[in-house]
Design a protein around this ligand. Structure first.
Ligand SMILES: [Zn+2]
Length: 373
């Protein structure tokens, strides 16, 4: 369910991405506020003013959601979990974690941090709305009231106990805290979410059929909620299956390595075509320093290939050089590993192996088969 998001900047050092659908949502909000809300709230408002206020309101809403996500991010960091990216999509925002909270308490604090920020924003605008006297401009009052109401709506919506909404995490944290088993807690929280997702679809379609167009949106949300429940469950199974399993036991060893000084053209002929592996560790001074795969080499223009040493284009990411005792569950949480799909396992003597996401998935399938027997 992930559409490619466009990077728009950084917030507290965390990359912020926006999915193209968001532009559509901002446009829809601007349009509905400009066409209906502001003309209804402000007597005799000019259309240009109504739509401008609509756009301003949509952007303020956007800022409120970013602050909400920032709330999650700050608490995650304080609990030792880095935030890879803040992403704005159909249902608002997501703070994507690299890793996961280690205790039910940390999970609960992370989950409620966002709604807590939203509550503060709603209270600030709510207080402002009450403080504005009747003599204040009607347009200002309408703007402030809308922000108060929309933030209350965000708060309530986010507390629905279904992944990927914050309420789903809150539910998992509470069940986890009670039963002490994060895997079981995830399964229970996911089934609650799934049931709510099906209910949303049923209500949404019924509503749409009897003439409420908003029902369609509810059905779409229901669909995403069901998908998210599944993703959350399978992610947890992967994490549980590989916690305590070492990379050294999963790797293909020994790997054929490529010297950093060899040209890209020679690497293609002498390694990729000859051995038919999809990636190789790159070695410099008898130590692996990174890896290359076909995707990396394909980015070198053909006329540069005989002149470019493999070492110049190798993926040199410390996160992708691990020792034999590296916990595979922890490796799976590394963004670099998920992105590249492989890591180099370095033995003390400098020899190396490769562990790939495909290997991990294959072992998981075998484990599932074995446990079903
Ligand atoms: Zn949230």
């Amino acid at each position: 369910m992930s559409f490619k998001s466009v990077r728009i900047g950084r917030l507290a050092g965390i990359p912020v991405g926006v999915q193209p659908l968001w532009v559509l949502i901002v446009a829809l909000i601007t349009w509905s506020l400009g066409a209906v809300y502001y003309p209804d709230s402000v007597d005799g408002i000019a259309p240009v003013a109504a739509y401008s206020l609509g756009l301003l309101s949509a952007l303020l809403l956007f800022a409120s959601i970013l602050l909400h996500e920032l709330g999650h991010a700050v608490v995650a960091r304080r609990n030792g979990v880095e935030i890879e990216e803040i992403d704005l999509w159909l249902l608002g925002g997501v703070a994507r974690m690299a890793g996961y909270p280690k205790t039910a308490g940390a999970e609960l604090r992370f989950a409620i941090a966002g709604p807590a920020v939203t509550l503060v924003i709603a209270a600030v605008f709510g207080g402002l709305a009450l403080a504005l006297s009747d003599s204040a401009p009607a347009a200002l009052r309408a703007l402030v009231e809308y922000q108060a109401l929309i933030n209350v709506a965000i708060l309530v919506f986010n507390l629905i106990p279904a992944f990927p909404l914050d309420g789903g995490r809150v539910a998992r944290a509470l069940i986890w805290w009670r039963n002490g088993n994060v895997e079981r807690a995830t399964e229970i929280a996911a089934s609650i979410g799934r049931a709510l997702g099906f209910a949303m679809i049923a209500f949404g379609i019924t509503g749409f059929a009897i003439g409420a167009p908003g029902g369609l949106w509810l059905a779409v949300v229901g669909f995403f909620v069901i998908v998210a429940a599944r993703a959350e469950e399978s992610g947890m199974h992967l994490r549980v299956a590989f916690t305590g399993r070492e990379a050294g036991r999963l790797m293909s060893f020994p790997a054929v390595t490529i010297a950093a000084s060899i040209s890209v053209a020679d690497a293609l002929d002498d390694y990729f075509i000859r051995y038919r592996y999809s990636a190789f560790p790159v070695v410099e001074n008898a130590r692996p320093v990174g890896l290359v795969d076909l995707a990396t080499l394909s980015r070198v223009p053909p006329d540069r290939r005989p002149l470019t040493p493999v070492g110049d284009v190798a993926i040199r990411d410390e996160e992708l050089l691990v020792d034999e005792h590296q916990d595979v569950a922890e490796l799976l949480e590394r963004p670099a590993f998920r992105q590249v799909g492989r890591a180099v396992v370095v033995k003390p003597d400098g020899s190396s192996g490769i562990v790939s996401v495909t290997d991990v998935e294959q072992v998981l399938r075998a484990l599932e088969l074995a446990s079903a027997a």
